[in-house]
Design a protein around this ligand. Structure first.
Ligand code: EZ4
Ligand code: CO
Length: 403
């Protein structure tokens, strides 16, 4: 099965997505997601200008060889732009191989290990009361696991809390918006939030929280300890992880399970965290960590240390990534949970898909391939719009902080 052509489709049905489409001499096409929030056009250029010319004429069945060729062959290894591009190629090739075999992708990985994929949804509110209401709304929709984020008194904008009734979407059109931050206010508020949420929702629902890199390791240790009575499923991105060793300090102070990895792009970002058992869940994704091929490698390393998967699944990862991720999740032996932030109706219309949600679980469907396609004519009606994630500054003196 020879690769005859490939192209990049950039569209913005509510938000920006980068999609790679590979065509073969068998008449089959494969799709891969290459979306990188706020840096979409860099990945599009990386693919169009540097990767696609190297793909033409290759055997689409040689997924591993093409992966190694793009990783080692670039000389400049790793990084989010490179790895998102490799991810897109890898995902499209798995899609093709599964279509050629006439099987849903999860069957090629080794078949289903479970009946469905437990996902968690996002409950966000301006204050504790509205967040509690959102958590109860998600519970009523059938979710077994819910992430709770609330506004913090005295802070204008906080990660996870949208404007008005709109669906939460962190990237905003134009140049990066600026948010304010105060660690003390957040640390005093968050245990109160989970005290209210846990007593309202009962013991049977898994609760999660995303710190979004805001804390120092010792502050994260303090928060983890304060949240222990509420039995969280995990505390996510408690501190930036460039220094993997930082998690040792958090670990020494709390039994709240730790999750990290949504911005990681290779196994090397995860290695020390996993081998030293400093985390409980690894959140690397199909689109940013080298596709199915590399995610499988990370999950196998993690399985040696009882670290489970919990892939990132925000709306800036396209339905193509979500479809591929669900096949991976249905198979991977050390599965933990999958994040699921619902896409807008416009996005779902541009990317018709076989995956479904029912009673808190998702299933990738039984269509050959990963089960996600693109309506190119509709996609063309939504051109790229410059949009960026916010930056954060400390409220008291304007120092640039982690967002
Ligand atoms: O801010 O995907 O767990 N989910 C998250 C996301 C990230 C965005 C960044 O592009 O942290 O909402
Ligand atoms: Co996150």
């Amino acid at each position: 099965m020879k690769i005859t052509s490939a192209k990049v489709i950039v569209c913005s049905p509510g938000r920006n997505f980068v999609t790679l489409k590979i065509e073969t001499d068998q008449g089959l096409t494969g799709l891969g997601d290459a979306s990188l929030n706020g840096r979409e056009l860099s990945v599009a250029s990386y693919l169009t200008d540097h990767v696609i010319p190297c793909l033409i004429g290759r055997d689409a069945h040689q997924i591993e060889d093409i992966w190694q060729y793009l990783y080692r062959g670039a000389y400049w290894r790793r990084g989010p732009v490179t790895m998102s591009a490799i991810s897109a190629v890898d995902t499209a090739l798995w899609d093709l191989k599964a279509k050629a075999a006439g099987l849903p992708l999860y069957q090629l990985l080794g078949g289903a290990s479970r009946n469905g994929v437990m996902v968690y949804g996002h409950a966000n509110g301006r204050d504790i009361e509205s967040t509690v209401q959102e958590v109860l709304r998600y519970k009523a929709m059938g979710y077994k696991a819910i992430r709770a984020q609330s506004g913090v008194p005295g802070l204008e904008k906080v990660y996870g809390v949208g404007r008005g009734k709109m669906q939460y979407e962190p990237a905003e059109i134009g140049l990066p918006p600026e948010h304010d931050w105060d660690t003390g206010k957040y640390l005093r508020h968050t245990p109160k939030l989970f005290d209210a949420v846990r007593s309202a929702v009962g013991d049977d629902i898994h609760l999660l929280h995303d710190v979004h890199h805001r804390l120092t390791p010792i502050e994260a240790g303090r928060l983890g300890k304060d949240l222990e009575p509420y039995r969280l499923f995990w505390m996510e991105d408690a501190t930036p992880a460039e220094n993997q060793e930082a998690f040792r300090l958090i670990r020494q102070h709390t039994t709240t399970p730790l999750a990290v990895g949504e911005i990681f792009n290779t196994i090397w970002d995860c290695k020390d965290l996993i081998e030293n058992q400093l985390i409980d869940y690894i959140r690397t994704t199909v689109v940013h960590a080298g596709g199915i091929t590399h995610l499988r490698r990370i999950a196998d390393l993690a399985s040696l240390y009882q670290v489970r998967t919990g892939s990132h699944g925000a709306t800036d990862l396209s339905p193509v990534c979500m479809g591929a991720a669900l096949h991976f999740d249905l198979w991977v032996p050390n599965f933990g949970i999958q994040e699921y932030m619902r896409h807008s109706d416009e996005t779902d219309a541009v990317f018709p898909h076989a995956y479904t949600f029912k009673d808190g679980f998702m299933h990738p469907g039984e269509v050959p391939g990963h089960g996600v396609t693109i309506d190119e004519a509709l996609a063309a009606k939504y051109p790229y719009q410059r949009a960026y994630l916010p930056v954060n500054r400390l409220q008291h003196d304007g120092t640039l902080w982690h967002w």
